[in-house]
Design a protein around this ligand. Structure first.
Ligand code: PYC
Length: 317
């Protein structure tokens, strides 16, 4: 056994994050993208041990705090879930800010962190509130028509907000917590259709998050969403990268102005508040997403040598 694996668990608007703050695998030198690639190649058992049953569960999002060689960054971060790594994670970054505060490793103010897709910044506003300044986000394609077997025709926008999303307003689904099983089936059918038709993000990148929208019944929110993540779990939070992708589309359509606030409610009723400003020649915007997180555990993970399931169910040795 190596060093003890210490984790801090938190939830951001209901979506869990488990951050490994020590005892992670040695990923060598390089950028955080290079470290993530090595993590994917060589340490998938570790990922599974941290987030999958019996130690974790399917909705758990994990993160590995790593050193960053970027001159402006205090840390690097690699996010992952029940099936693999994520490019970025907004709710997880809000959880990171609150976790670093809990540990006494970050004071209120602005902090830069290197993610695999670029430098992100978070502002710790108080013990629980964090505002993420995300990577440049944009809509790649508007109103892509698809025929979803068993459901009929539908259309959606393809956008990048740190992950690739297919965003749908016109889907005929009821966005309620009671309807999560049916929403999961629908989004899975959409995801399968995108794969079968070879519909991808820029540079052929897989669109691995499906995001549905509907009006919110909460007068304090502008919209409600349901986000299906890779691994077929839905985001309990409004999804930081998904809200970034949505705001990029709203800005492109002129529905919101630069700096105007958008309040996105999740399927469990938690709310993120976001806005964006244009960069470069208006092809990209920089979203900021504000949310709250709470610590739920400060623990040490134990992987016993003689435990056949120590790396998680599906990874038995
Ligand atoms: O908040 O960006 C997010 C996220 C991605 C997957 C789960 N949460």
């Amino acid at each position: 056994m190596g060093d003890p694996i210490r984790v801090i668990d938190s939830h951001t608007g209901g979506e869990p994050t488990r951050i490994v703050i020590s005892g992670g695998p040695p990923l060598g030198n390089g950028t955080v993208l290079e470290k993530m690639e090595r993590f994917n190649r060589e340490y998938d058992d570790f990922r599974s041990a941290v987030v999958n049953e019996p130690r974790g569960w399917d909705a758990m999002v994990g993160a590995l705090l790593v050193p960053s060689e970027h001159p402006e960054c205090e840390h690097g971060i690699i996010f992952f879930n029940n099936v693999g790594s994520l490019w970025m994670c907004g709710h997880g970054t809000i959880g990171l800010g609150v976790t670093l505060k809990h540990l006494g490793w970050a004071e209120p103010g602005r902090h830069k962190v290197e993610s695999p897709v670029g430098v992100i910044e978070f502002e710790l506003l108080d013990d629980h509130t964090v505002e993420l300044t995300n990577v440049p986000s944009y809509r790649y394609r508007k109103s892509v028509e698809i025929e979803v077997p068993g459901y009929g025709s539908a259309s959606g926008d393809i956008a990048w907000g740190g992950n690739w999303f297919f965003l749908m307003g016109d889907h005929g689904q009821e966005l309620s917590y009671e309807n999560v099983a049916a929403l999961t089936r629908y989004c899975t059918a959409v995801s399968d259709t995108l794969k079968e038709r070879g519909i991808v993000g820029e540079d052929g990148k897989e669109i691995d998050h499906i995001e549905l929208f509907a009006p919110s019944e909460n007068p304090a929110a502008d919209s409600r969403n349901f986000v299906l993540c890779p691994g077929l779990q839905y985001d309990r939070s409004p999804c930081g990268t998904g809200t970034s992708a949505k705001i990029a589309c709203l800005l492109a359509d002129g529905v919101i102005e630069p700096g105007e606030r958008w309040k996105q409610e999740s399927i469990v009723g938690s709310v993120f508040e976001g806005s964006a400003v244009w960069v470069e020649d208006h092809t990209r915007c920089i979203p900021t997403i504000r949310g709250t997180a709470y610590i739920t555990a400060d623990a040490q993970l134990i992987l016993q040598q003689n435990d056949r399931l120590r790396f998680g169910i599906g990874k038995s040795t």
